[in-house]
Design a protein around this ligand. Structure first.
Ligand code: ATP
Length: 223
């Protein structure tokens, strides 16, 4: 599968973007981000919190609180970085706008991959300018419990047919244009579950970094 015409192979390290609401960030995010980086042969992965998600309800904590929790979570971790551009930009966070900005910054040659969960992938055809995404970056789809290929809408199946890559290392060889499914270790935790445990005054120990738990308690989040 070759890159779109204006994008060619490059020897700069692959850039991997891992977006989410991170309300709060937890070990499911952190572990899978690390494993994606390893699978793609990337030196680091950028966690990119969204400001206003276009396809779900608003977040419970503020943008500042979500960013603070991310900073606590990655402190001292050299393979995870934070990109706060969507929080700075404000408004609806459309991936295509973010990828346009990033592509403009890194130039046409560098490999850029955007990681999304299979839950998000199954609704990809409802995203703003969704077909443009692979003109700007690769897509890495993380399989999650509940994902079934049979549930993917026909529009996505037709669109992805000539973009599928089996070997994740291929993604570093070209700038954009591929879609790769990854099955990682499944860590059964979600931000929804964490918020609901806090609401019921249960313990969230071992689901997320203790520094983030301290912050949640200190700020009285999710109660
Ligand atoms: P919520 O429960 O509020 O929907 P979430 O835990 O799914 O949140 P998000 O911030 O919405 O987290 O997700 C960011 C990305 O992380 C998505 O691509 C999502 O599929 C992925 N993700 C979330 N939890 C896990 C997990 N346990 N293992 C692997 N990937 C995960």
């Amino acid at each position: 599968m070759s890159a779109p015409d204006n994008l060619v192979a490059c020897d700069k390290p692959a850039l991997v973007i891992y977006g989410g609401t991170f309300d709060p960030v937890h070990f499911g995010h952190l572990r899978s981000a690390m494993e994606v980086g390893q699978a793609l042969g990337a030196a680091s992965v950028r966690l990119l919190p969204c400001y206003l998600p276009a396809h779900r309800e608003a977040t419970t904590s503020t943008a500042e609180q979500r960013l603070a929790m991310l900073r606590l979570a990655v402190r001292g971790v050299d393979y995870l970085e934070i990109d706060d551009r969507e929080l700075v930009r404000k408004g609806y966070s459309y991936s295509v706008d973010t990828l346009k900005e990033i592509r403009h910054e890194v130039g046409p040659e560098r490999s850029v991959s955007m990681v999304i969960g299979a839950d998000a992938y199954m609704q990809l055809n409802t995203w703003h300018q969704w077909q443009k995404i692979t003109q700007l970056a690769h897509l890495v789809v993380l399989e999650r419990p509940g994902y079934a290929a049979g549930l993917v809408p026909p529009a996505i199946i037709d669109w992805v047919e000539d973009k599928l890559a089996v070997d994740p290392l291929c993604l570093a060889q070209q700038a954009a244009g591929l879609v790769c499914h990854l099955r990682l270790n499944q860590f059964e935790v979600s931000a929804t579950k964490i918020r609901s445990i806090v609401l019921q005054q249960g313990t969230i120990n071992y689901l997320l970094p203790s520094r983030v738990i301290e912050y949640i308690n200190q700020q009285g989040l999710y109660q």
